[in-house]
Write a protein that binds this ligand. Sequence first.
Ligand code: ADP
Ligand code: MG
Length: 475
Amino acid sequence: AWSRVKRRLRAELGEDVFASWFARLELDCVSGGTGKLTVPTRFLKSWIESHYLDRVLATFKAEAGDVARIEVGVRGTVAPARPVVPAPAKPVTATSGPLARLHAVGSQAPVAPALPAAESRVSAEASGDFNGTPLDARLTFTSFVVGRSNALAHAAAERIARHQGEGALYNPLYLHAGVGLGKTHLLHGIGHAARESGRRVIYLTADRFMYGFVNALKTQSALAYKERLRGIDLLILDDVQFIQGKSIQAEFGHTINALIDAGRQVVVASDRPPTELEALEERVRSRLAGGLVVEIGSLDEQLRISILSARLASVRTSHPGFDVSPQVVNYVARAITANGRDLEGAVNRLLAHATLTGTAVTLETAETAIRDLVKNREPKRIKIEDIQKLVASRYNVSRSDILSERRTAAVVKPRQIAMYLSKVLTLRSLPEIGRRFGGRDHTTVLHAVRKIEKQIGEDAVLGDEVELLKRMLQD
Ligand code: ADP
Ligand code: MG
C-alpha cells in the first residue's frame, strides 16, 4: 500500500515536487491507526508537515483505510550520537543498575547540557531562516583534525577560505566522501573563515537549495532568488547528491555556471564523485568535475585517536572532572572504525556514563557504553555475487546467463534488475559493477539502472517485486 501512496503522490504532485520532498519519505510502521513516516532531515520533516501533511494523510487514507493520523519523524535521531531535542535529563526510573539507566536516558533524553554542538545544530535547523543554512559555530578549521586522509581536502578548503584577490581558485572545489568523514565540517570551516574576512557567503544544504527554488517559483520571485544567489562571493552547497527534480536540477546547473563564469567561488560536497551524480545532466556533471575534485578517505586509527582526543579535550572544558585514560581512547579508536559521527557518539556515551554513575571510565565500562554503537553501525555488506545468484534463481536463469552476452528478454531483464540492485545496495561504482557483470561498460550499467528505475515507477508489480528482492538481500 505504501508504494501505491508514493506512486499516487508522484502522479498528483508532479515529478519535480515529488522528487524534491517525497522521494526520501518512508513508512516506518502503522500502529494504532497512526502511520509513522520518516525522512532523513529535520528540514524535510518540517517542510512536509507544514505543506503536505493533509495531502499525504488523504492519499494514505484512500489507499489504506485504517490510517487516521500520520506522524513524520526523522530517521536515525534516536541514537544519542546526534541529539535532536536538547531536553534536560529527566528523572528516569531505573530497572536495574546504572547502565540500564544510561541506555534509557540515552534513547530519549540525550546528554544535551554537555553538547553545545548539538544545540547549535538544533537552533540552526529550527531558526526558520531559509535564506541560507546557518553555520554551526563548532565546525571550524580550528576544531578540524588534519590527517593523511583529509590533508588535501583541508589544504584546498583553507586556501579557498583565505583567498583574497580577484577571481576564484579551483572552481568549483568538489569534496566527496562517505558519511561522517568531515565534509560538512570542512564546508562550515570555509564559511566561517571566509565570512570573517568580509566575504559574502551563503551555505545551503541541497534541501534548502531546493526549498529556495520551489518557494521562489511559487511566489513568482524566482528571478530575485537567482539574483540573490548570484550576487555573493562564495556559494557553498552541501550534499548535492540530493538535488532532484528536472527544473531544479536545471536551475542548479544555471546557478553554478553563472557563478563560476562570473569568477565567484563555488564549493560543493557530495557522497560520490561528480561522474556518479547520475541524476544530473552530463553538462552539469562535467562542470562540477572541472575544478578541483578531492576525495576524503576513511579515518585511519591515528586520525581517530586525534579526533577523539580533541573532542574529549573540548568536552572537558565544561566537565573538568571528566577524565578518560589513553587506554580507553585507544580502545574506542580501535572499536569504532566507521566515521566521525560515531566517534562523537562514543564520547557522548562515555560522558553520559561518567556523569550518571559518578565513576571514572574504565575499559570495561567503556566497552559496555559503546557496545551497541559498535554493533548497530556495522552495516550488512551485500555482495554483487549474492545479488546475481538471488535474481537468477528468482527468474529461473543461471548466474552465468546473467554474466553472458546473451540478449534474449528472459536474460536481459533479470540482468538489468541485478545491475540496478547492485547499484542501490552496494557502494560499488558503475564501472566496478560493469566489471562484475562480465566486463560490461559503465554506460550499460547506467542504462540498466535508469531503465529499471523508470519501470518501477510505472509498473507496480515490478516495483513490489524489486522491493521484495531488496528485502531478501538485506535480511
Ligand atoms: P559528513 O558531512 O562528511 O557526513 P561531518 O562533517 O558531519 O561528516 O562529520 C561528522 C562528525 O565527525 C562531526 O561531528 C565532525 O565534527 C566530526 N569530524 C569528522 N572529521 C573530523 C576531523 N577531521 N576533525 C574533527 N572532527 C571531525
Ligand atoms: Mg554532511
